[in-house]
Design a protein around this ligand. Structure first.
Ligand SMILES: Cc1ncc(COP(=O)(O)O)c(C=O)c1O
Length: 467
């Protein structure tokens, strides 16, 4: 494992293979980022294969060493492409998809269907048919409409489909309200406190084409505390115990075989905002599971965790070329780059903060910056700037109040922790072209998504209009 070199700023949040090479350039997996930018253009998203594989193995090792019957299911919504799907399959990961599109990507690389689970709060009939025909392992049923629809489709297909129920445990994970999903007022899942979860269990167990094997909850993302996960485990296990009882009034006899507290494991975007290590999450979750098994007298279920962000974030750096600057004396200096909200809308959408460095100006007087705070080694010729995108929205800002070496047109800005929820939420706003993506390993770069072209922009635009 190549560790990032000590003098490298942001070393703890760059890919594991990041280093400073000759001329003070940032390199990843032995590839000079300045050369990558020259060859593939910018904006460019660079994924480090070694970091991706390391993160998969870290989740598997930390959870399985404490609870051997753990499945790690990558949440494809964080980022999914065919190269990544193939790598995940090789690493023995499961995959969580939320749309026919994500399923199609998985299918195109023959991702083992039994290792796929299908989530989502409004799966369409055609998506459910696709899931059934590919033979996905689990469908995570979110509401009664889906329950009866899936039961009918499974029956028509002559299948008995294994399902989980997604429950809403009413636990606040203290994250941005846009990314909070497990509270009562949420569009996702069956609330436990209202009795709707119980009704779902009763109905599911009565449907012969469905086999209820597990319960699931996902609280939101990113969750910087371990306690909400522990409460989720306890709440789901308590519910499972209640649904298992064969009392006079309740005759469910639910046998809980699988249990998932979802994903949402936090990552460190900023130098001074650390996230718990995977081991800490594993210790807390497995500890809560053991306690709940004892408290409720339930046998140990298979544990399924669904990390998305924590698998891909650190593996990726986004490279941008610096262009125009605008200095408003006494107010703010804007420095614009050639991407922005079309390739990464997270800062504009919910104030996400990132850290960056100047990939062609590393060395003894190096600076790095996190939005809203001073970067390490900030002295001398550094300056405070706001990194703006190139799109027609004032909110198109990637980093606010960043301390970086004085930037000039042509410099290369590297944004760290760029692997999750940037590319999947990218758009063609202002008729921009989605960026290229490369995967780097052992000194060579493979293009895994080419940059879009003007032809791509117009591919679905029918002209002249069809009659
Ligand atoms: C059901 C479910 N599982 C897992 C995740 C992954 O979250 P994260 O990428 O923060 O780990 C999400 C994200 O929204 C989700 O909805």
């Amino acid at each position: 494992m190549g560790e990032a070199s000590a003098q490298l700023p942001l070393a703890g949040i760059l890919p594991l293979t990041a280093a400073v090479v000759a001329d003070g350039h940032l390199s990843i997996a032995g590839c000079d980022t300045v050369a990558l930018a020259r060859e593939f253009g910018t904006p460019l998203y660079v994924f480090d294969e070694e970091t991706l594989r390391h993160q998969c193995r870290e989740f598997q090792a930390q959870f399985r060493s404490r609870h051997p019957d753990t499945t790690v299911s990558y949440a494809g919504k964080a980022y999914l492409g065919r190269a990544l799907a193939a790598l995940l399959a090789e690493e023995g990961m499961n995959l969580e998809v939320v749309s026919g599109g994500e399923l199609a990507i998985a299918r195109s690389v023959d991702f083992p269907p039994e290792r796929i689970s299908f989530h989502g709060n409004n799966k369409s009939e055609s998506e459910l048919r696709e899931a059934l025909s590919y033979g996905v392992g689990r469908v995570v049923v979110d509401n009664l409409h889906e329950l009866s629809l899936l039961a009918r489709l499974a029956q028509e297909a002559g299948r008995r489909q294994a399902i989980w129920l997604r429950l809403s445990p009413d636990i606040d994970p203290h994250t941005h309200h846009h990314t909070t999903t497990g509270v009562l007022d949420s569009k996702f899942g069956f609330p436990i406190s209202t009795g709707q979860a119980e009704e779902a269990v009763a109905q599911a167990l009565a449907l012969p084409s469905l086999e209820l094997v597990g319960l699931h909850a996902h609280l939101g993302s990113p969750i910087f505390e371990v306690e909400p996960f522990q409460r989720t485990i306890d709440t789901l296990m308590a519910f499972a115990a209640r649904m298992n009882q064969m009392g006079a009034a309740q005759r469910y006899g639910l046998r809980l075989r699988e249990l998932s507290p979802g994903g949402g494991f936090a990552v460190q975007y900023l130098e001074d905002v650390p996230a718990p290590a995977v081991a800490e999450y594993a210790e807390a979750i497995v500890g809560a599971l053991r306690q709940a098994e004892r408290a409720y007298g339930l046998p140990s279920p298979r544990l399924v965790v669904e990390p998305g962000r924590a698998v891909v974030s650190r593996a990726c750096v986004a490279l941008y070329s610096v262009g125009a600057s605008k200095d408003i004396p006494g107010v703010r200096k804007y420095v614009a780059v050639d991407g922005g909200m079309s390739d990464n809308i997270r800062p504009a959408l919910y104030g996400a903060r990132y850290s960056a460095l100047v990939a062609n100006k590393l060395g003894p007087s190096t600076h790095s910056a996190s939005s809203g705070q001073a970067g390490s080694g900030q002295v001398g010729e550094g300056e405070r700037v706001t990194i703006a995108g190139k799109f027609c929205e004032s909110g198109d800002v990637l980093l606010r109040d960043a301390y970086l070496p004085r930037l000039e047109a042509g410099d290369l800005l590297a944004v760290a922790m760029a692997g999750a929820y940037a590319l999947p939420m990218s758009s063609n706003y202002n008729a921009s072209l989605r960026p290229a993506i490369v995967m780097v390993k052992d000194g060579s770069a493979r293009l895994i998504r080419r940059r879009e072209t003007y032809e791509d922009l117009m591919r679905c635009d029918v002209w002249p209009p069809s009659q």
